[in-house]
Ligand binder design. Structure first.
Ligand code: G3P
Ligand code: CA
Length: 396
C-alpha cells in the first residue's frame, strides 16, 4: 500500500463518521515551547530580513504560514486563482504546486496524477477513452491520469472544486481556471515579487517520484533543470522542495541547493520508495532521533502530519505532544506540519463546533495548541486564518 494521508481523508472513528462521503469520495479517490530558540536561529514571528529571498529560510516569519495548494479553502486548488488569493491573504509561501508530469514531459500542478475530481475531464467526450484503472503506489485507482495527456490536451480542461460538500461556495469558480504548469508558476513568482515589492516564496512537492521514474518520466531532473534555467536552484533561492519519498529528496540534494523537506505521513505508513527498494522502515522509524539525523544529512526540514506532533485519541481529541519537535530541532531540522483547515471535519474533535461538514470550528483554539509545540510553520488551506493565529500567538 502507498502512504496514507491521515489529514487528507479521515482518521479516527468519530472523524471518519463526520466526514462521510463528502471528503472520502472526493477526487476519486501535521515541539519545544513558544519563544524558544529555533533550529535555524530565526525569531518566532520574525519578519523579512530584506527583500529578494537572500536570507533564505531565515528570512521567513515564524511560524511560517504556507498556503496549501494556494488558498484552497476558498478557491479550487492548484489554480492561479488559488495561488493569487493565498498571496493576497498574507501567506508567506505558496504551495505551487504539487507536481505531476504530462505524457510529453511537462510538469503541471495537480494534487494527484488522477484528475477526475479536480477538473472537468469527465465532461470531455473526446477523452472518455483515456479513463483507466492503474496501480498507483500499490493502490488501485480509476480515472484520468496526467501522464496519459499532452500539455496541450490538459490545457483544454478547467479546474473544479475537489470537496464541494465541505466547500460548496468554491464551486462558484468551477471552470474558471486552467491547469498551471510549473514553468508558468516560476514566471508568476517573479511577476508577483516585482508587483508586490516583496519576495514571493513557493513550496513545490514532487508527487509519486518512483511511480513516474518507472514510466520514464523522472521528476527530479525536470524540476532541477527548470530551477537552474530560472536561477532558483540555490540555498537562498525562495523555493523549498518537498516529497514523501526520502530517496527523491536525496536525489534532489545532489542536483540542486534549494532547501529540502521530507514529508512524513502516519506513523505506520511506509514511503513508497522504501517499499520499492525493500527498505523495511516506516515513518515511526524515521521520526526517531536516528531517523531524523539521517534525514538531516540531505534535507533541511520535515513536513509531518499534525498527528505526529500531537496525536489524537480514539475519539479524535488532541492528546499530548510527542517529542518530535524537540528531536527534529536537535537534529537541525525545521518542521512544517500539515494541514490546518477551518472546517469541522478536519479539526480535532475537541475543536469542532456542531456537526456541519462545511461549518467552521474553533480553529484559532487549535492553532494556539499546535503553535505552542514550537513548530516552525504550518500548511493551511485558509492562509488568512493562519496569519491571524500567528498574530495571536506572537502577541501572547
Ligand atoms: O505537502 C504538504 C501536504 O500538502 C502534504 O499532503 O497530500 O496535501 O500533498 P498533500
Ligand atoms: Ca502537497
Amino acid at each position: 500500500m502507498g502512504t496514507q494521508r491521515p489529514n487528507e481523508g479521515a482518521s479516527g472513528t468519530g472523524r471518519r463518521a463526520l466526514l462521510g462521503a463528502a471528503v472520502l469520495g472526493a477526487g476519486g479517490a501535521v515541539l519545544g515551547m513558544a519563544g524558544s530558540a529555533r533550529a535555524d536561529g530565526a525569531r518566532p514571528g520574525g519578519g523579512q530580513e530584506g527583500q529578494g529571498g537572500h536570507g533564505g529560510l531565515k528570512s521567513l516569519p515564524k511560524p511560517t504560514i504556507v498556503g496549501h495548494r494556494g488558498a484552497s479553502g476558498y478557491r479550487p486548488e492548484h489554480t492561479f486563482g488559488s495561488y493569487q488569493l493565498a498571496l493576497d491573504l498574507g501567506a508567506d509561501i505558496v504551495e505551487a504546486g504539487d507536481l505531476v508530469p504530462t505524457k510529453d514531459g511537462h510538469l503541471v500542478c495537480r494534487h494527484e496524477p488522477e484528475i477526475g475530481g479536480t477538473t472537468d475531464v469527465a465532461d470531455h467526450p473526446e477523452f472518455a477513452d483515456r479513463k483507466k484503472t492503474k496501480l498507483l503506489d500499490g493502490v488501485s485507482t480509476t480515472g484520468w491520469f496526467t501522464e496519459d495527456f499532452t500539455l496541450a490536451e490538459l490545457k483544454t480542461l478547467r479546474a473544479v472544486e475537489r470537496i464541494p460538500a465541505n466547500r460548496p461556495h468554491n464551486t462558484l469558480y468551477n471552470g474558471r481556471w486552467e491547469i498551471p504548469t510549473f514553468e508558468e508558476v516560476l514566471k508568476w513568482q517573479d511577476e508577483q515579487t516585482r508587483e508586490r515589492g516583496k519576495q514571493v516564496w513557493i513550496y513545490p512537492e514532487l508527487k509519486h517520484p518512483t511511480y513516474f521514474r518507472k514510466q520514464g518520466l523522472p521528476l527530479e531532473e525536470r524540476v532541477a533543470e527548470l530551477l537552474r534555467r530560472h536561477r532558483k536552484d540555490r540555498r537562498t533561492s525562495p523555493v523549498i522542495i518537498q516529497s514523501f519519498e526520502p530517496t527523491s529528496i536525496e536525489r534532489l540534494d545532489k542536483l540542486v541547493d534549494n532547501p529540502l523537506v521530507v514529508l512524513l505521513s502516519s506513523a505506520d505508513s511506509r514511503p513508497w520508495d522504501f517499499v520499492e527498494t525493500g527498505d523495511p522502515r516506516t515513518v515511526a522509524d524515521l521520526v526517531k532521533p536516528a531517523g531524523l539525523r539521517e534525514i538531516a544529512s540531505y534535507a533541511q526540514g520535515i513536513g509531518p502530519t499534525l498527528d505526529l506532533v500531537i496525536p489524537r485519541d480514539a475519539k479524535g481529541n488532541l492528546t499530548q505532544p510527542t517529542a518530535l519537535v524537540r528531536d527534529a530541532h536537535q537534529a537541525g531540522l525545521i518542521l512544517h506540519p500539515w494541514t490546518m483547515r477551518n472546517e469541522n471535519p478536519f479539526l480535532p474533535a475537541n475543536f469542532r463546533k456542531g456537526t456541519d461538514a462545511d461549518a467552521y470550528g474553533d480553529v484559532f483554539g487549535a492553532y494556539k495548541v499546535y503553535f505552542a509545540t514550537g513548530i516552525d510553520g504550518v500548511f493551511t488551506d485558509q492562509p488568512d486564518t493562519g496569519v491571524l493565529a500567528r498574530e495571536d500567538f506572537v502577541g501572547d
